[in-house]
Design a protein around this ligand. Structure first.
Ligand SMILES: *Cc1c(COP(=O)(O)O)cnc(C)c1O
Length: 446
């Protein structure tokens, strides 16, 4: 029941936001804009925090970080910081965004699989937590830790090798995944235990075994492996050397409805069932959720520019395509998105459904957000809305055809249902596109 109300509230806020975006002229200036539902983001952050707080023993340190790559926008990181969340960064750029948002070093985790020596040195100087990916990186850390004292908690990323989900490209815990220290390869466990025994500064274990397409039980199995390894290390070393478990992110999202299943509470219940001791206070916990915090709260709005019928196929040509929903366009079966139809005034269209292709503006035939989708008939000037695009979609712009990064506006709704927009990222201008394309080096190749 609560979940239904939640979904209805989100749908109501969305309809209000579409109409307000049209009325306030957001789509007059640019033919495509992106919206973020600030109340929805706050609600997801609260749901995450509350689900873990209800499960852990009191006084257990718990740090929730946001995986920056899911929505690398400084105002988003700042909003989540205000909700008590830190950042998980996986590149120097993401780290810079977290710093720009004011996220404290002690609430920041650095995880990328290919950190340079300079990046590692910088993170250790700031006290940012670092998870090493492999033995060579660990040797680099040996030298850096010997050269300069650090406050950074340092851990190892483990690949529990628990198996794939339904999307191969996103499965991090297969036997041959590129991420982390393999756990089940011959001799791997002994080598990991020795690595901790020899390094008193190594105090964390990390895994990120879930993602879209991975069932909760499989994610929980990865965390159980992590916990078991921590117990084994601590028994071998004779003290609680591993004091914190970073269990990653990876909660899948429902792209087919406004529902929020699985919820954080369901994930915590799955963890409790698989690893009851996880919450007993023996270990501090770190999480790194991305998609599940942001995806449902992002919305693309695009004008329908033209409609036509070709070879019996109805096509709506819009301004939202591969630049904003790259995964959907290149792998439509793995990443289906809903499309919602609104008229030119921003009111939901209610006509009888007709099968239509919804095409983007890019110059290649596959630039389609939906094929033969049953929607009320679309007309030029209409608005399509693409929900669930707050993570890994318009925040991961693809620069094909020199299509600009569109504006992102956050929105909030007041008690009397007025919608207020706040610009979170301006649209990229043609001049900025020229600069990005080497405009300042025009004669360089002459
Ligand atoms: C991508 C990533 C995450 C976030 O994953 P989601 O599926 O968006 O929750 C967390 N940790 C690491 C190491 C990642 O690479």
């Amino acid at each position: 029941m609560a979940a239904d109300t939640h979904a209805q509230d989100a749908a109501h806020r969305r309809d209000r936001a579409v109409r307000a975006a049209v009325e306030q002229g957001l789509l007059d200036r640019e033919p495509v804009v992106c919206l973020l539902d600030v109340a929805g983001i706050r609600a997801s952050a609260a749901a995450l925090t509350e689900a873990f707080a209800a499960a852990v023993e009191p006084r257990t340190p718990v740090l929730h970080t946001f995986a920056v790559k899911a929505a690398p926008l400084v105002p988003v990181l700042r909003l989540l910081d205000a909700c008590g969340l830190g950042c998980e960064a996986a590149s120097p750029g993401e780290l810079a965004l977290a710093r720009a948002a004011g996220v404290p070093a002690e609430q920041t985790v650095l995880d990328s699989p290919a950190k340079t020596a300079a990046e590692l040195r910088g993170a250790l100087a700031l006290g940012i937590a670092v998870n090493a990916d492999n033995h060579q990186e660990l040797e680099r850390l040996d030298a850096l830790v010997a050269a300069a004292a650090t406050r950074s908690p340092v851990g190892l990323r483990i690949n529990p090798q628990t198996g794939a989900g339904s999307i191969g490209a996103l499965s991090t815990a297969t036997a041959t995944s590129k991420f982390g220290f393999a756990l089940r390869d011959p001799g791997a466990r002994e080598r990991l235990v020795r690595a901790f025994a020899e390094r008193p500064w190594l105090t964390r274990l990390h895994t990120h075994s879930g993602s879209q397409g991975v069932p909760l039980e499989l994610i929980a199995e990865g965390v159980r492996e992590l916990h078991g390894l921590a117990e084994e290390i601590n028994a071998a070393v004779g003290e609680r050397r591993v004091d914190t478990l970073d269990i990653g992110g990876g909660l899948p999202v429902d792209f087919a409805s406004d529902g929020h299943a699985p919820s954080y509470a369901e994930y915590v219940a799955a963890l409790r069932a698989a690893v009851p001791a996880l919450f007993d206070g023996s270990y501090g916990l770190v999480t790194e959720f991305g998609r599940s915090l942001l995806a449902k709260h992002g919305l693309v709005l695009a004008r329908v520019e033209y409609t036509k019928t070709t070879g019996g196929r109805r096509i709506a040509l819009t301004h939202a395509g591969v630049q904003l929903a790259t995964r959907t366009v290149y792998a439509p079966a793995a990443w289906p998105l809903r499309i919602l139809a609104y008229d030119a005034k921003g009111a939901p269209r209610t006509g009888a459904p007709v099968a239509q292709d919804v095409a983007g503006p890019a110059c290649f035939a596959g630039d389609l957000l939906a094929t033969a989708r049953e929607l009320p008939e679309l007309f030029p000037g209409d608005v399509i809305a693409v929900p669930d695009t707050g993570a890994y979609a318009f925040t991961a712009h693809y620069g094909y055809n020199s299509l600009p990064r569109p504006a992102v506006h956050g929105f909030t709704t007041t008690a009397d249902d007025t919608v207020r927009f706040a610009l979170a990222r301006p649209a990229q201008t043609p001049a900025e596109l020229v600069t990005e394309a080497g405009g300042d080096h025009r004669d360089a190749l002459l």
